[in-house]
Design a protein around this ligand. Structure first.
Ligand code: ADP
Length: 162
């Protein structure tokens, strides 16, 4: 059984993440979307909320499940008996950090491979940060995130018109 881990903050999950998940689901027997606790990043959504939003958005994918983790990624990958880590690459700007992370993870555990996937071109400009910014300013994010995420953003960031 080939299992891959897709780790991230997912604060919140976007259609770009979902696109990568769907591509990975075609290549592997099982995909685990691993939501990092990441308290240092002071997320907008608590871990449980992020996990719930991922779960609601992957319900249609039979070989994908979500989980939370709060330890060294390579240790989590071992614990799940997974073979690889998936990361998404949007633009050259992602490359340097992702390259460093992949090589560090290889140093920590030679057995685990990192695989990079590119999303559909229309999602290459998407990030959780930009989606939160648009939602905060009252913009329409319906084409960037699944409907459950859209409503969660709306209720979290709702504010009276200035
Ligand atoms: P992190 O905080 O670990 O960067 P993110 O939730 O922001 O977590 O992203 C998780 C992974 O998904 C990263 O590899 C990131 O590059 C990738 N990613 C984020 N947004 C997109 C997108 N629109 N298209 C493809 N990959 C993406």
């Amino acid at each position: 059984m080939r299992t891959v881990i897709y780790p991230g903050s997912f604060d919140p999950l976007t259609n770009g993440h979902l696109d990568v998940i769907q591509r990975a689901a075609k290549l592997f027997d099982q995909v685990i979307v691993a939501v990092a606790k990441n308290e240092s990043k002071t997320p907008l959504f608590a871990l449980e909320e992020r996990l719930q939003l991922v779960n609601a958005s992957i319900a249609h994918l039979a070989n994908v499940r979500a989980d939370a983790f709060d330890c060294l990624l390579v240790d989590y990958v071992e614990r799940q008996s997974a073979q690889a880590i998936i990361r998404g690459l949007r633009a050259v700007s992602d490359f340097e950090f992702e390259f460093q992370l992949a090589l560090m993870n290889r140093k920590l555990n030679e057995r685990i491979e990192t695989i990079f996937m590119m999303p559909k071109d229309t999602y290459t400009f998407l990030s959780s940060r930009i989606v939160k910014e648009i939602a905060r300013l009252g913009g329409d994010v319906s084409s960037f995130v699944p409907p459950v995420v859209q409503s969660a953003l709306k209720s979290r960031l709702a504010r009276p018109a200035a």
